[in-house]
Ligand binder design. Structure first.
Ligand SMILES: NC(=O)c1ccc[n+]([C@@H]2O[C@H](COP(=O)([O-])OP(=O)(O)OC[C@H]3O[C@@H](n4cnc5c(N)ncnc54)[C@H](OP(=O)(O)O)[C@@H]3O)[C@@H](O)[C@H]2O)c1
Length: 293
């Protein structure tokens, strides 16, 4: 019987993980009040109390634009906290599963593989990259899943923003010159559970430990994603807005974003024999499951 310690249970991915991890054993799921990554010094006592076989860290500072003003806090949550979790995992010989982002890349030439050089364009990306490095340096058994453009029925994300704007506005102006792969939080949770099952079945070999890319298959722009959302959820509204493609420059934000942050996910398929849905199929499943009645 495994014990899994899950951090970030209230987030998009954490919410789905609490369900997906159930078949693996006892899941001790923590919210921010029980495991605060901005207070890294408190985390070791938690890990020592729970004595997990696996730590799954879905908690993070994810406010990309606000991070430009709060890089120290973001660093504590995204790098210092995970570093303590990694050291505690090493001492218990536990696995640490952690999530990172396509925003560690500069977006000049996707699709990116795990060995490509990183060059974050913004503070959030820098703190997430520092978290990856801290975990690797701690020397625990780890799986870092870099993912992209996360959405789900729950939480603050592009899907929910588009659904809200579709009720409020006649025209939606959406950026069409950043490409990537929208990835459903449930896909991430289910793939995490499948990875942990595979790890449980096999003898440990050091090459399993490391960074993996995990995203839906295919690619689109935010505009392309918005079109699918609006078309597939027509039945929720009396009328649907017109969608207008705009450039990144026409929608200035505090944090710079990569233009092409597609992730090459072949390593995950090769090592763990897992495949992923296309971004359209996953989005339709999400809408069917959660939105369209
Ligand atoms: N969202 C994306 O588009 C995206 C893209 C690529 C990678 N990722 C990565 O995927 C992972 C999951 O992201 P997500 O989209 O599920 O994030 P999310 O929905 O923003 O949830 C973040 C979670 O972290 C918690 N949290 C924030 N500050 C904390 C702190 N100081 N201590 C403890 N918990 C804290 C939040 O708790 P509260 O509910 O209390 O705020 C929440 O449970 C993260 O590592 C993120 O960097 C996300």
């Amino acid at each position: 019987m495994n014990t899994v310690l899950l951090l970030g249970r209230t987030g998009q991915v954490g919410w789905e993980l609490e369900r997906s991890l159930q078949p693996l054993g006892r899941v001790v799921a923590c919210a921010r009040s029980e495991a605060d990554l901005s207070r890294p010094e408190t985390l070791r006592a938690l890990v020592e109390r729970v004595r997990p076989d696996v730590i799954v860290n879905a908690a993070a500072y994810t406010a990309v634009d606000a991070a430009e003003q709060e890089e120290d806090l973001a660093y504590r949550i995204n790098a210092d906290g995970p570093a303590v979790l990694a050291e505690a995992a090493r001492e218990l010989n536990a696995w640490l599963v952690h999530y990172s982002t396509d925003y560690v890349f500069d977006g000049t030439r996707g699709p990116y593989s795990e060995t490509d050089a990183t060059r974050p364009l913004n503070a959030y990306g820098r703190t997430k990259r520092a978290g990856e490095e801290a975990i690797a340096a701690a020397g625990c058994k780890h799986v870092i899943l870099r993912t992209s453009w996360v959405y789900g029925a729950r939480g603050k994300n592009f899907l929910n923003t588009m659904l809200r704007l579709a009720r409020e506005q006649e025209v939606l102006r959406v950026v069409d010159d950043q490409i990537g792969a929208p990835t459903w939080s449930r896909t991430i949770a289910d793939v995490t559970a499948a990875i942990l099952t595979r790890l449980d079945e096999r003898r440990f070999s050091p090459d399993m430990s490391g960074i993996y890319h995990l995203a839906s298959q295919g690619e689109t722009s935010w505009y392309g994603f918005a079109r699918l959302i609006i078309e597939e959820t027509r039945s929720l509204r009396e009328s649907s807005p017109r969608i207008e493609a705009i450039s990144t420059e026409a929608y200035p934000l505090p944090a710079q974003r990569p233009r092409d942050s597609r992730l090459d996910c072949r390593k995950l398929t090769e090592i763990f024999r897992l495949t992923f849905p296309t971004w359209q199929d996953a989005a339709r499943l999400c809408f069917k499951d959660s939105l369209v009645k």
